[in-house]
Write a protein that binds this ligand. Structure first.
Ligand SMILES: [Zn+2]
Length: 400
C-alpha cells in the first residue's frame, strides 16, 4: 500500500497512506502523532518506554492517541490482506502538531495536499471510550465541537505616580472586568447537537436523573442545577458546551513598580458554542466590560463544527458498539475542545470521534489519563477497541 511522508517544516512530519476502493466517498482514519510533554519523575514507569505492566501499556500518547495510529495500521493491513474489494478508498492520516494547534499537521495537509486527505467521512478524536452512567456503558461519539477565538481586553486610564492611588487605574479597571468574567455564566445557547446529546445522556440515566437532565437546557434552571445536582467533572463539561466561554489566561501591564500604567491588557481563550459565533461571544463579553475596557478579536478564529449523525457510518458505529459491548449505547456528543476534525470538515468530511477503547468501569477516570501522569491503556480494552474499529471499517468499506 503506497504511503507518503510529508512535512512543511523539519521535525513535523505527517504520513498519509491509501487503500484504493470503489467510487463511494472515502473514509479517512486519523490519529495525531504528537504528544504533550511528560515529567518522568512523576511517572511509575518511564513515559517513553511503552512498558507493559499490570495489564496496561504505559506511556505518553498511549491513549492520546498512538492507540488509534496503531489500530488504523492494523485495520489497513487486515483490509489489504483480506483480498476484499472495497466500495470506497480508506485513507490513513497520521498528523503532526495537533497538541499545538494543527498548523503543521491537519491544517497544513488540508491547505497544501487537499487531494490526499479529502474524504467523505473521517474517524478520529474524540470518542469511543465508554463512560458508565448509572452502571450502563455509554460511548460518546463526537459529532460537534466548539469553535475557538482569541480575545484581547484592553483597559486604559491616566498614568501617574504610584504614591497617589486613583480609582481609574487601568490595572484596577481590567481586574474588575476579569473578576466579572470569572463569576459570570454567559447565556445558554441551544443547538440541535447539544439538545440531542443531552437527550441521549438522559435516556441512559435512571429516574429521577432522567427527568432532571433536560432541565439543563432551561435558561434559568441550567446554572443552579449544574452547581448543585450534577457531579463536578460532568458539570464542568456540560457547562462549557452549553454556552460561549472566555477564560482569562494572560495578563500584561506596567513596567515600573512606582508608575501607574496608562493601559493594561489581558488575553482570553474564547470558545464558541455550537450554533453561536465569535461576534456573539464578543457582544456577551462587552456587556460585562463597562466603561474603560475595549475588546477585540485577535488572530485567526475557528468556527464551531457540527456533523449529522444521520449517516450510514454513524449507524454502523452504533451497531458495532451495541454488538461488541452488551448493554452499551453510542451517543452523538459535543466536545468543548478542538480536534483535527475541524480541518477535515473544511474539505467536506463528515467527522466522528471514534477511536474505541473498552475502558473498564472500575479503572482510573478517563479524563485523568489524557495528558496526565501515568497515561496508559488497558491491553484487553485496546484489543476490544481494535475489534470494534476493524468491524466498523469492514462493514462500512467492504463491498457486499
Ligand atoms: Zn489528542
Amino acid at each position: 500500500m503506497p504511503g507518503e511522508v510529508l512535512a512543511g517544516v523539519d521535525g513535523r512530519s505527517n504520513v498519509v497512506a491509501r487503500l484504493a476502493g470503489g467510487g463511494e466517498p472515502p473514509l479517512l482514519l486519523n490519529a495525531h502523532l504528537d504528544v504533550v510533554p511528560a515529567d518522568a519523575a512523576r511517572w511509575t514507569h518511564p513515559p517513553f518506554a511503552a512498558v507493559v505492566a499490570d495489564g496496561a501499556v504505559w506511556g505518553r500518547g498511549a491513549i492520546d492517541m498512538k492507540h488509534m495510529a496503531a489500530m488504523s495500521m492494523v485495520v489497513l493491513r487486515l483490509l489489504a490482506s483480506s483480498g476484499a474489494s472495497l466500495r470506497r478508498d480508506v485513507v490513513f492520516a497520521g498528523v503532526a502538531d495537533e497538541e499545538d494547534g494543527c498548523a503543521q499537521g491537519s491544517a497544513w495537509l488540508v491547505a497544501e495536499h487537499p487531494d490526499m486527505v479529502r474524504a467523505g467521512y473521517a474517524l478520529g478524536e474524540v470518542g469511543g471510550f465508554p463512560v458508565y452512567v448509572a452502571g450502563r456503558p455509554v460511548y460518546p461519539v463526537q459529532v460537534a465541537a466548539k469553535g475557538v477565538c482569541r480575545i484581547r481586553a484592553t483597559a486604559t486610564g491616566p498614568s501617574g505616580h504610584g504614591s497617589m492611588p486613583r480609582r481609574d487605574n487601568a490595572v484596577v479597571t481590567l481586574a474588575r472586568f476579569l473578576a466579572r468574567v470569572g463569576r459570570t455564566r454567559l447565556p445558554l445557547h441551544r443547538s440541535p447537537e447539544v439538545e440531542r446529546f443531552v437527550a441521549a445522556l438522559a435516556a441512559a440515566l435512571p429516574q429521577p436523573a432522567r427527568g432532571v437532565m433536560p432541565l439543563l437546557l432551561h435558561p434559568r434552571l441550567s446554572g443552579p442545577l449544574l452547581d448543585t445536582v450534577v457531579p463536578a467533572p460532568t458539570a464542568r463539561m456540560l457547562d462549557a458546551i452549553l454556552r460561549n466561554t472566555a477564560t482569562p489566561t494572560m495578563l500584561r501591564a506596567g513596567s515600573r513598580i512606582n508608575v501607574i500604567p496608562g493601559a493594561a491588557h489581558a488575553e482570553l481563550d474564547g470558545r464558541v458554542a455550537v450554533g453561536s459565533s465569535a461576534a456573539q461571544l464578543l457582544a456577551e463579553l462587552q456587556a460585562l466590560a463597562g466603561r474603560g475596557v475595549t475588546l477585540e478579536l485577535v488572530g485567526d478564529g475557528r468556527a464551531p463544527t457540527a456533523a449529522t449523525p444521520d449517516t450510514e457510518l454513524f449507524a454502523t458505529v452504533a451497531a458495532v458498539v451495541a454488538e461488541h459491548h452488551p448493554g452499551a449505547v453510542a451517543v452523538p456528543s459535543v466536545i468543548p475542545g478542538f480536534t483535527d476534525a475541524h480541518y477535515w470538515s473544511r474539505l467536506g468530511a463528515t467527522c466522528y470521534g471514534f477511536t474505541p477503547v473498552r475502558l473498564p468501569p472500575d479503572g482510573p477516570p478517563f479524563a485523568e489519563l489524557f495528558h496526565g501522569d501515568d497515561e496508559r491503556i488497558p491491553v484487553d480494552g485496546f484489543a476490544a477497541g481494535l475489534r470494534m474499529l476493524a468491524d466498523t471499517v469492514f462493514r462500512f468499506c467492504v463491498a457486499p
